[in-house]
Design a protein around this ligand. Structure first.
Ligand code: GLP
Length: 221
C-alpha cells in the first residue's frame, strides 16, 4: 500500500473524510500520485475536509515558503477540494493564542481527524512538536530548533527562516482515528531506528505513536 492509495481509499470509503495533512519533502510523491488519480476520479475531494499539521508564524500565506503555498502547489490547486474546507493555522493572526484555540475548535467541529499523515523530522519531531513536547500538548505556538530551521531554510533567503510556528499538538494528533507516518529522506536512519526500538519518551516525539492503536509506518530510507 502506498500513502496515496491509503488516502484515496479513505476518500472512497468516506467521501466526507477529515484528513490531517503534512508538508515537507517526504509527502510530495504522495500528493503527486493523489493528484494524478484525482484528475481521473471526478469529484474526488468535493466533500473532503483537510487540516494541515502546522504553519510558520509571521509568514504571509502567499509567501513562497509558507505551508499554504506548499499545499496550493502540491494539492489544493489541482483537486476539487473546497477552499473553505482546506484548513491551515493562520500564522499571521494578530492573536496567536486565540488562533490556536480556534484551530482546535475547527477540528472538533468538523468531527475530529479521521486519517492523519505525518512526516518525521530527523530529531523525531512530528508536525513541529520538537523533542521535550508533552504527549498531551494541544495546538500552540512553538519555537523551532536550529536544526529544524536549517532543514527548512530552502525557501527563505539567508537569515529569514522563521523562528516560530503554530503546530497541532501531539495530543491533537493522537486523537486522529488513524495515523500514517511517512519516513523518507537522508539522515532519517537513526530516527527510524529509535522509533523501531519501541522506547517511548518525550525526548523523541514520534515515539508517542506507540501509544496509539492504529498507526501505519511507511518507510523508505
Ligand atoms: C518540517 C515539517 C514536518 C515534517 C518535517 C520533515 O519540519 N513541519 O511536518 O515532517 O519537516 O520534513 P521532510 O519531509 O522534508 O524531511
Amino acid at each position: 500500500m502506498t500513502a496515496a492509495e491509503l488516502m484515496l481509499g479513505a476518500i472512497r470509503d468516506n467521501p466526507r473524510v477529515v484528513l490531517g495533512l503534512p508538508t515537507g519533502r517526504t509527502p510530495i510523491g504522495m500528493y503527486e500520485r493523489v493528484v494524478r488519480e484525482c484528475t481521473r476520479e471526478y469529484h474526488c475531494f468535493r466533500d473532503v475536509t483537510t487540516f494541515n499539521l502546522d504553519e510558520y508564524v509571521g509568514v504571509p500565506a502567499e509567501h513562497p515558503g509558507s505551508y499554504f503555498t506548499y499545499m496550493k502547489q502540491h494539492l489544493f490547486d489541482h483537486v476539487d477540494l473546497d477552499p473553505a474546507q482546506a484548513h491551515l493555522p493562520h500564522g499571521m493572526a494578530a492573536d496567536l493564542g486565540a488562533e490556536c484555540v480556534r484551530y482546535e475548535n475547527e477540528i472538533r467541529d468538523a468531527g475530529g481527524l479521521e486519517l492523519t499523515f505525518l512526516g518525521l523530522g530527523r530529531n523525531g519531531h512530528i508536525g513541529f512538536n520538537e523533542p521535550g513536547t508533552p504527549f498531551d500538548a494541544r495546538t500552540r505556538v512553538v519555537t523551532l530548533t536550529e536544526s529544524t530551521r536549517k532543514a527548512n531554510a530552502e525557501f527563505f533567503p539567508e537569515g529569514s527562516v522563521p523562528t516560530q510556528a503554530i503546530t497541532m499538538g501531539i495530543g491533537t494528533i493522537l486523537e486522529s482515528k488513524r495515523i500514517v507516518l511517512l519516513v523518507a529522506g537522508s539522515g532519517k536512519e537513526a530516527a527510524l531506528e529509535r522509533l523501531r526500538s519501541g522506547t517511548i519518551g518525550e525526548d523523541f516525539p514520534a515515539s508517542a505513536l506507540w501509544t496509539h492503536e492504529d498507526v501505519t509506518v511507511l518507510a523508505a530510507v
